[in-house]
Design a protein around this ligand. Structure first.
Ligand code: PEP
Ligand code: MN
Length: 347
């Protein structure tokens, strides 16, 4: 089965500072991560794409020879963010192992195409973060552009979506979109970046765990030798020791052992879904019969009092069956809407 990025064992762990701040920081963080023996790729933003002008933008080109030496001397593959063709060329010149395209860049298909074009024919592996906006098509389009440029070593990184009301996180998780993405692209490796999604180290474990339960193939985490003093994203970065504590606190779902029990449950779920659909179809047929009777007797379609009784009954049963009230209310409302629509159509 696919879903491994660059052949690394799953979960693929990518860690390193938000930004290249100094040669000393890069070495110190990289050495600590190498020593733990769990990280496949060292990450670092060299040319940061910041939302606000005047904020720290990374060391730029000066970091590149340092990262090249780190990669060679520590045997620790390095990946950096690339937002322009010139940055891709620098990555290639310095023989770094991979690149990622950030969420701010991914919203611009022209820029994405230029980045992919700059790597054409090189086989350079790329991680594509989801765009700032919750638009899976935009993200899919970026992958297609990379494939068209002959680049096939690709992975997606889920980092949530920009929003003014994501509290307590920095980004809105919209986990249903991660699930939908996996449904559409089951063979493409999907990693999660809990650091940018959470935006604060306090929520990192919760977010990473949620992602692992959704069966992501790896994590990209911001790790900094002195996180409180970081020049960007200080609230969300963690020290190398905290990173290892995080890894030991996380539960990594074991797919193979659980498979038999899961398959039995899935068979039951499939049977129950089929039964639910059969019942819904019978219910709809009866709604249409009701519509015919109402038409003959020239009665209104919506009879509020009757609907209130149906809903009250359902909610009472829900309580007895220990089903969540809001869930049952939503389901019943949706069924009611659909049957009114079906009645209208049969008029
Ligand atoms: C980053 O990983 O450094 C970064 C800026 O992330 P994003 O593009 O997801 O905001
Ligand atoms: Mn960052």
């Amino acid at each position: 089965m696919g879903r491994s990025f660059m052949g690394y064992a799953r979960p693929v762990l990518i860690a390193g500072p938000c930004a290249a701040e100094s040669e000393a920081l890069l070495w110190e963080t990289a050495k600590a991560l190498k020593a733990g023996g769990k990280v496949s790729l060292f990450r670092c933003g060299v040319w940061k794409v910041r939302s606000m002008p005047g904020t720290f933008e990374g060391m730029g080109e000066a970091a590149m020879p340092v990262l090249q030496r780190i990669q060679q001397e520590l045997s620790l593959p390095v990946c950096v963010e690339a937002a322009t063709p010139a940055q891709v060329e620098s990555v290639l010149r310095h023989d770094l192992s991979a690149c990622w395209v950030g969420a701010r860049t991914l919203v611009n298909p022209k820029q994405v195409a230029e980045i992919a074009e700059a790597a054409r024919g090189t086989g350079l592996p790329f991680l594509l973060k989801n765009p700032l906006v919750p638009d899976l098509k935009l993200w899919e389009g970026a992958f297609e552009r990379f494939v068209q440029a002959g680049l096939h070593e690709l992975a997606a990184v889920y980092r949530g979506f920009a929003s003014e009301d994501a509290a307590p996180y920095r980004n809105r998780p919209l986990w249903h979109l991660a699930i939908e993405w996996k449904r559409r692209h089951p063979d493409l490796p999907l990693l999660c970046d809990p650091s940018h999604l959470a935006g604060h180290r306090e929520w990192l474990q919760e977010v990473a765990q949620k992602a692992l339960y959704l069966d992501v193939d790896g994590l990209m985490v911001e790790v900094h030798a002195a996180p409180e003093k970081a020049l960007s994203d200080a609230a969300q970065q963690i020290a190398p020791e905290s990173f290892y504590q995080l890894l030991s606190a996380l539960r990594f779902p074991n797919r193979t052992e659980a498979n038999d029990a899961l398959n039995a449950c899935r068979t039951s779920i499939d049977e129950l879904d089929a039964a639910l659909l059969g019942l819904l179809s019978r219910r709809m047929e009866i709604s249409r019969q009701i519509a015919r009777i109402k038409r003959e007797k020239q009665m209104p379609l919506l009879q509020t009092r009757r609907w209130q009784t149906v809903l009250d009954n359902a909610l009472r049963k829900a309580e007895a069956l220990q089903l969540d009230e809001d869930f049952v209310r939503d389901v019943m409302n949706r069924i009611h809407e659909a049957s009114i629509e079906a009645q209208e159509k049969s008029l």
